[in-house]
Design a protein around this ligand. Structure first.
Ligand SMILES: *[C@@H]1O[C@H](CO)[C@@H](O)[C@H](O)[C@H]1NC(C)=O
Ligand SMILES: *[C@@H]1O[C@H](CO)[C@@H](O)[C@H](O)[C@H]1NC(C)=O
Ligand SMILES: *[C@@H]1O[C@H](CO)[C@@H](O)[C@H](O)[C@H]1NC(C)=O
Ligand SMILES: *[C@@H]1O[C@H](CO)[C@@H](O)[C@H](O)[C@H]1NC(C)=O
Ligand SMILES: *[C@@H]1O[C@H](CO)[C@@H](O)[C@H](O)[C@H]1NC(C)=O
Ligand SMILES: *[C@@H]1O[C@H](CO)[C@@H](O)[C@H](O)[C@H]1NC(C)=O
Ligand SMILES: *[C@@H]1O[C@H](CO)[C@@H](O)[C@H](O)[C@H]1NC(C)=O
Ligand SMILES: *[C@@H]1O[C@H](CO)[C@@H](O)[C@H](O)[C@H]1NC(C)=O
Ligand SMILES: *[C@@H]1O[C@H](CO)[C@@H](O)[C@H](O)[C@H]1NC(C)=O
Length: 464
């Protein structure tokens, strides 16, 4: 919902707060550079594809996209996928392309692992995330691209992940499992108006990307499917995720930036990540940061979130050896229902790529603001564990109300910060009030968080 704020409204809102909090002026939207409709369009059937769910169409996708390359400098082109069940192996996108999946169009991932070729590990991970060496390439893949749109009329991409989850469980994988979509080193990416089912591994993985919009997508995988994260922005900036429903076996959204010594030396942070109107359930966390955060993660704003039937609501994961930082994080207006642990920080997550990590590379966790959160049927309000000798700093909790079942709702160690209006009463390290003397220690986005387009700015109105 887009609305502009009049001066009168601002004054009314300000007047209604006793302890002047901050007010968001322009309820924001992922801003897309206005793009003309692609002047050229082809249909996948023109390249011999058969939508019977049996015929393997990898060649048809590759040939269609190869053909469309000649339109890149003529405004780009669209590849239209009509209703049908289009079985395929991994294929590669190009710049200035729109992949459009019509209503009832389903792209289905092959269950033969050799249709998912092996690519190099990411330099910021040093190896595959699950196994040393390379990794299977995602079903829909793109590298070094600009201006790519993956959209439709709620068409579907189904990874048929069940075979991969079984290989994972029986330990018969030879390489790390593939994502459903991975875009690497790309800019101006839009993924919208689609449904993604049963990814073998993390579902949507933008890595080393800028200006990424994910809007109005549904992502589904069974709650017991392994590592089926929804959306994982990784070493990427100017990412906007909006109006998504996600129900998966792992984190709904997990923001990352590389793993231990590889992430530290690659040094590509994730920053300016904006999340609005996310709802869903998971056997892991609603919104997570880490545990791979070695390139640094900052300027994250997540608002209007609804998590239900989940293990954890809000999570930060890290461990000695990661290095990097997580700072300037703002999470607000969260509703949780039937969540075991509402807020969890883990400072000893473990999991290292190899033995060469530097245990003295300690992560910096600083300025994390969580405000306006309610929870019904929460077991524990907060399990907040920092790192001994490396306290997590300026953790600020404001206006939080949980209906908890545990007798010790908060359990905090090696963290420092401030709070106000938190029920049940928070732990000692956070008991000092925010207002007025500590408000500047709490991150509240008075600075300029840029929109994905890089053109506009949020208008945050900060009283006092
Ligand atoms: C990223 O893409 C740009 C433009 O396509 C290219 O010049 C650059 O070398 C790429 N970098 C990496 C690390 O892939
Ligand atoms: C992307 O850019 C990198 C660095 O220039 C290059 O090594 C790689 O081959 C490119 N990949 C593709 C698919 O263009
Ligand atoms: C979301 O997608 C559906 C179908 O894909 C479409 O009908 C609807 O208008 C979209 N909503 C927004 C806000 O884009
Ligand atoms: C799109 O399809 C999915 C799966 O069928 C459905 O759950 C979702 O509600 C649909 N979204 C819209 C906006 O119609
Ligand atoms: C792993 O490699 C073995 C031997 O080449 C092969 O038989 C098996 O199918 C491979 N597994 C997967 C999941 O690709
Ligand atoms: C999603 O679909 C709706 C309805 O067709 C359309 O208005 C909107 O522009 C689409 N969004 C994107 C980002 O493509
Ligand atoms: C909080 O988020 C919910 C959706 O989860 C939304 O309906 C509501 O308008 C938001 N409240 C404010 C004050 O923005
Ligand atoms: C907590 O939840 C229980 C069960 O839903 C309800 O009876 C009770 O009124 C709630 N308490 C508060 C303080 O909301
Ligand atoms: C707090 O959490 C730690 C680590 O999970 C646990 O060992 C300890 O027993 C907990 N303390 C209380 C009072 O629940």
């Amino acid at each position: 919902m887009r609305r502009s704020v009049t001066l009168l409204e601002v004054l009314l809102v300000l007047a209604s707060f006793d302890e002047a909090l901050w007010v968001i002026g322009d309820s924001s939207h992922c801003k897309q550079n206005s793009r003309e409709i692609r002047p050229h369009s082809v249909t996948i059937t023109e390249f011999g594809a058969v939508g019977d769910g049996i015929t393997l169409n990898t060649k048809a996708f590759q040939n269609a996209i190869f053909y469309l390359q000649s339109f890149a400098d003529k405004g780009g082109a669209q590849l239209f996928v009509p209703a049908g069940r289009w079985l395929t192996g991994s294929f590669d996108l190009i710049s200035h392309l729109t992949l459009f999946l019509d209503k009832d169009a389903v792209i289905i991932g092959s269950t033969d692992s050799s249709d998912w070729p092996i690519v190099d590990p990411l330099p910021s991970y040093g190896r595959g995330r699950e196994l040393p060496g390379g990794r299977h390439r995602s079903l829909i893949y793109g590298r070094n691209l600009t201006d790519v749109i993956i959209t439709g009329d709620n068409g579907t991409v189904d990874g048929q992940g069940n075979v991969w989850w079984n290989w994972f469980r029986s330990e018969t994988l030879n390489y790390t499992r593939p994502h459903l979509i991975e875009l690497m080193n790309s800019t101006e990416v839009v993924i919208s108006n689609l449904t993604f089912l049963n990814s073998p591994f993390w579902t949507i993985h933008p890595v080393y990307c800028s200006q990424v919009i994910v809007q109005n997508v549904t992502i589904l995988a069974p709650l017991d499917s392994p590592n089926t994260d929804g959306i994982d922005p990784d070493s990427s900036d100017d990412v906007c995720i909006e109006d998504c429903y996600i129900s998966t076996g792992d984190d709904l959204i997990s923001i990352k930036s590389g793993w231990d010594e590889y992430g530290i030396s690659y040094a590509r942070p994730s920053s300016n990540i904006i999340i609005h109107r996310l709802a869903g359930e998971t056997s892991s966390s609603g919104i997570a940061i880490g545990s791979e955060m070695s390139g640094g993660i900052s300027e994250v704003s997540a608002e209007d979130l609804q998590f239900f039937n989940s293990n954890i609501g809000i999570r930060i994961k890290t461990t000695p050896g990661r290095g990097g930082y997580v700072r300037n994080i703002y999470i607000s207006n969260v509703t949780m229902t039937d969540v075991k642990i509402a807020i969890r920080f883990t400072g000893q997550y473990g999991e290292h790529p190899d033995e060469s990590y530097d245990p003295s590379a300690l992560p910096i966790i600083d300025k994390i603001t969580i405000k306006d959160v309610t929870g019904e049927n929460i077991r524990q309000a907060g399990l907040l564990e920092g790192i001994e000798g490396d306290n997590f700093l300026n953790i600020c909790l404001s206006n939080i109300n949980f209906n908890v079942t545990s007798k010790s709702p908060w359990n905090c160690s090696y963290i420092m910060g401030y709070s106000n209006l938190v029920f049940p009463e928070t732990c000692d390290p956070l008991r000092e009030g925010i207002f007025p003397e500590h408000s500047s220690a709490c991150y509240h986005l008075s600075n300029h968080l840029q929109r994905p387009s890089g053109q506009n700015r949020f208008t945050w109105l900060v009283p006092r």
